[in-house]
Design a protein around this ligand. Structure first.
Ligand SMILES: Nc1ncnc2c1ncn2[C@@H]1O[C@H](COP(=O)(O)OP(=O)(O)O)[C@@H](O)[C@H]1O
Ligand SMILES: [Mg+2]
Length: 385
């Protein structure tokens, strides 16, 4: 077996994770010895001479508080170390990171997230240390892509939108990514681009929204099966809570494309899923929605936004420079370009049609009148010499 290193834990990770296991003792009158330097050394396997340096770093980053206190079974007071709120958050981030990794236990791949969920999670760190042990070989997670993800070869711009999405992806609190845009402005394209970027770390399942709940469930089940998620039953499909729990720590982003007009039962299903995702981690959804999605079809609340569980990105027209780039006419006369920009309003669908320059196709597919189309094609041919 190739000797890939086990789960990588830095000494900082180890100490934080260990202290998190003892977080429940922060208000004890006598502290467990595990919170002293010696205890930390014994429990983490870090050399005693190494521990003070690590702790010093953590104290100065305000992840850990140091104080002198009574320790169980000891007469004199010792320095003990307790996580601060900031330290708890940081530890959550580390765990979130680790959850996404896959290790091999007894010859089969398991996600660290699933192991943490199955065992009593009160002593996560010891469990993680076991997973990091030498007898266990860890692999970098192999993310999987499943479903009809559109290609992205000619994709331009959307830097800000992509950055927002990446922030949400990296934020353990954030579970529901919402990409809004008017029809034809590129929500699907943006989601596809993002899916390709995210797929370095996350598995991506892609499906189109369905108006009927029955079809939607089947589509979700198929997509998850294609991602090789094991052990899902029809019950998981009917109960979003069960589904969210089963997918905890799976590092899957389920992209659901094209939300607009759906049935009431689909709205309810999504509402239930968002509620369930509040309590789980390591599984997210990304939904693309038409900007004019009616209010009665909304499936999340302002509170979800406020809490950072859900986040919105709004796609608008491309700017002039990127329209020019899409048009493929770098030498176009600036005034002509400006006028085309005003015609198309930066809508990528229009710009793409214009780039192809097929008058008949434009007549069939675009909202422009035959005269406008003639004018636009004429402007496109105006190049500076
Ligand atoms: N940023 C972009 N760069 C290049 N092409 C784009 C971009 N955004 C959208 N498109 C193209 O414009 C068309 C409409 O985009 P699409 O994502 O399907 O719109 P929506 O899903 O919002 O209705 C597609 O042909 C798509 O490839
Ligand atoms: Mg679309």
């Amino acid at each position: 077996m190739s000797a890939e290193p086990g789960l990588k834990l830095t000494s900082k990770d180890k100490v934080l994770l260990h202290l998190k296991d003892y977080w429940g003792h922060r208000e004890d009158r006598e502290y467990p010895a595990a919170l002293t330097q010696k205890g930390i050394s014994e429990m983490t396997g870090l050399r005693l001479s190494h521990v003070p340096r690590t702790l010093q770093g953590l104290v100065s980053e305000e992840f850990v508080d140091e104080k002198k206190a009574h320790v169980k079974g000891e007469k004199r007071r010792y320095k003990v170390y307790i996580l601060t709120d900031k330290g708890v958050t940081e530890t959550g981030r580390i765990i979130e990171d680790l959850r996404g990794q896959t290790v091999v236990v007894n010859g089969s791949y398991v996600s660290v997230g699933n192991v943490l969920d199955k065992e009593e999670a009160t002593h996560r760190f010891r469990l993680l240390l076991r997973l990091a042990g030498e007898e266990i070989t860890s692999l970098k997670r192999k993310p999987v892509l499943a479903g009809p993800i559109p290609g992205i070869s000619d994709f331009v711009d959307r830097e800000d939108e992509l950055e927002l999405l990446e922030q949400m992806l990296g934020d353990p609190m954030s579970k529901v990514m919402l990409v809004y845009g008017p029809q034809g402005y590129g929500t699907t394209a943006l989601a596809a681009k993002f899916a390709h970027v995210a797929s370095h770390q996350w598995s991506i399942g892609w499906l189109s929204v369905e108006k009927s709940l029955k079809k939607l469930r089947i589509s979700i089940a198929k997509t998850l099966a294609a991602l090789d998620v094991q052990g899902l039953t029809p019950e998981h499909m009917t109960d979003p809570k069960k589904l969210a729990t089963a997918l905890e720590g799976s590092s899957i982003v389920l992209v659901i494309d094209g939300y607009h007009e759906v049935s009431e039962e689909v709205v309810e299903y999504f509402t239930g899923l968002v509620a369930a995702l509040r309590d789980t981690a390591g599984f997210k959804i990304l939904v693309t929605l038409r900007e004019d999605t009616p209010p009665y079809n909304r499936f999340y609340s302002i509170i979800d936004i406020h809490d950072g569980v859900a986040g919105e990105v709004h796609v608008r027209g491309l700017d002039l420079e990127h329209c020019r780039q899409m048009l493929g006419e770098p030498n176009i006369e600036p005034d002509a370009m400006k006028r085309l920009f005003l015609f198309t309003r930066g809508c990528p669908t229009d710009v793409k049609l214009l780039a192809r320059g097929d008058e008949n196709e434009m007549r069939v597919k675009s909202r422009f009148s035959p005269e406008e189309i003639k004018l636009m094609l004429f402007l496109k041919g105006q190049t500076k010499e």
